[in-house]
Design a protein around this ligand. Structure first.
Ligand code: UDP
Length: 247
């Protein structure tokens, strides 16, 4: 599969349909190790420049999707365009629809207590043939207990929503102990959206490429990410790209 590197972080050149087909196939034809999927945005690419564990976790994923218009613009500026923005949450929902068609299963891990259960209810209202085989909130300390629960349930898909970089590093560290899971997706705030606790940006703002602004207005703490976004833009200007390498 063709891929594009942005500041040393790799992105696969796939469109939305190809991404959801690849993940669905991995869910149904389980390999020895789960198929892992990350969805980096410009902030994560910047964080990976300073955080070796995050950098390695992103590099080890089987599929890396460009979740963020900033990534698409940077790839274009560099002369190595990616087909389109492929968001984690939309791709995951499309995989859930396919799983529902075949009676497949999902485990929802993350978010504050009761959010995953609420997301499970909402998802099964929309997709009654989807089997949500387990849920757990994301504020746990004992990995072993969670891993045992997930392994016993062997879901086709595991949605990990612990925020970045915790979720990517958690998956990187625990992947080998999760044999029996088909695919693992790192999905940030998806459970908050699926549970209806957080509203996604209106479609016109997404079209105007301003979803990031909506998130900043909803969560002003994200304002602190602005300087990183500016720095990302400067570092990914034509021929200014530097590649991070950890020795
Ligand atoms: N979260 C979690 N455990 C943690 C930290 C965060 O389950 O230790 C959840 C949080 O409740 C939210 C999701 O991770 O549902 C995404 O968090 P955030 O918006 O901070 O992450 P981002 O979207 O920036 O990756």
């Amino acid at each position: 599969m063709k891929n594009v590197s942005i500041l040393g972080v790799s992105f696969d050149a796939v469109n939305k349909n190809e991404a959801s087909d690849l993940i669905f196939n991995a869910c149904k034809n389980k390999s020895e190790l789960p198929f892992t999927v990350v969805t980096p945005n410009p902030i994560m690419v910047m964080n990976a420049q300073e955080d070796e564990a995050l950098f390695s976790a992103l590099a080890s994923a089987d599929l890396s999707l460009p979740d963020g218009i900033g990534i698409i613009s940077a790839a274009k500026r560099m002369g190595t365009p990616l087909p389109e923005r492929v968001t984690g949450i939309d791709t995951a929902y499309s995989v859930l629809e396919k799983l529902a068609d075949v009676g497949g299963s999902v485990y929802l891990l993350g978010a504050r207590p009761e959010v995953a259960e609420k997301a499970a209810e909402r998802l099964t209202e929309k997709l009654p043939t989807l089997r949500v085989v387990g849920t757990h909130h994301g504020y746990f300390e004992d990995d072993a207990k969670i891993i045992k629960d997930i392994s016993e349930k062997s879901p086709d898909l595991l949605a990990v929503c612990l925020g970045s970089p915790r979720q990517e590093i958690w998956v990187y560290k625990n992947r080998e102990n999760l044999a029996g899971v088909g695919a693992i997706l790192c999905l940030g705030g998806a459970l908050d959206v699926w549970s209806d606790n957080v509203k996604r940006a209106p479609a016109f703002l997404i079209r105007l490429r301003l979803e990031w602004l909506w998130r900043m207005l909803l969560e002003p703490k994200r304002m602190k990410e602005l300087p990183k976004m500016v720095r990302f833009r400067l570092l990914t200007g034509k021929s200014r790209q530097k590649r991070k390498s950890f020795k």
